[in-house]
Design a protein. Sequence first.
Length: 335
Amino acid sequence: MFGEWMLSWDNIRMSSAALRAPARRTGLWIVATLICGVLFLAVYEYFVRTESGQFLDNVMRLTADHFEHPLPHLNPQNRWIAVIIVAPPAAIFATIVLAGQKYLAGLIAAGTVVAANISTQVLKYGILDRPDLVGNPTYWTNNSLPSGHTTIAASVAVAVFLVASPKARPALGVLAALWGGGWGTYLFIEAWHRPSDMVAAYLVVAAWGLVGGWLIFRASPKENTVITDAEPDVAPAAGLCWFLGIVLTLGGVLCLFFAGGWSGLAQSMESPSLWPWVAGALLTFGPVFLTAAAGINFFGVETGRRARGGEVPTHKGHRIVYPIPPELRTLYERV
């Protein structure tokens, strides 16, 4: 009797421990968003407000201005570029929302896109400035951080990530990094922006992606809860992003050393070297994979869990009914 009671209690304890509502740890989401903000400020303070940071950014952009590449050149006056950036992920986004009838999640995700892009424009033109500390060319002095076009590319891709199912979300996170980072790198080699402009844009989008993700998890718990014995495997996608992010970012740093260090980079201002150009491309592309890896892991951990056949857990918690030992049942019945 006692053994059966202990077995039933263990089953209840295990099943109750397995139940977890999506985005249950709000404080963790707030901390993650604040980390994005701190990293954004660190990028801005070093690469915009220090001489060494401006120098590194300028050397890399100068080489992008100097060297040719095989891709089609982008005309800054061409308004269709934004449409080309938005159209493919927007089509996937609309398909997921309409097919899954995820209208509320779609509305929230669309809101994060708008918020991220408005934030970028307000930060760039209304709040942040760029002091001329190293003698910038006259056409480089205006503040360009964060990059607006990179924000567009990354935010629309993240919107697809937000409305995806927990099973599809890791793979779409990799594709979002490729899309946002690919456009960011394209803009760098076209000499539209410095590498720090794109990194700052990734962080703005990441912060708003966390806000939108928390809202979607709370508003649509059913679509963001998985069965405990059939959880999607986020390790391959996250591992790939961590690998690419670390390798590309470290590769970019090494290219700055291969350029000859500070003295070699200074010479590149007069006689551009290919090493700073490669460094700029890698330092533009690598950080987006690091951001995606962290996001894939974070959303995977914060996805809800439920037992097979059980109800979707809520944030109010579940009432646990403790089993009554058979030998004490008569006492409870008398009461």
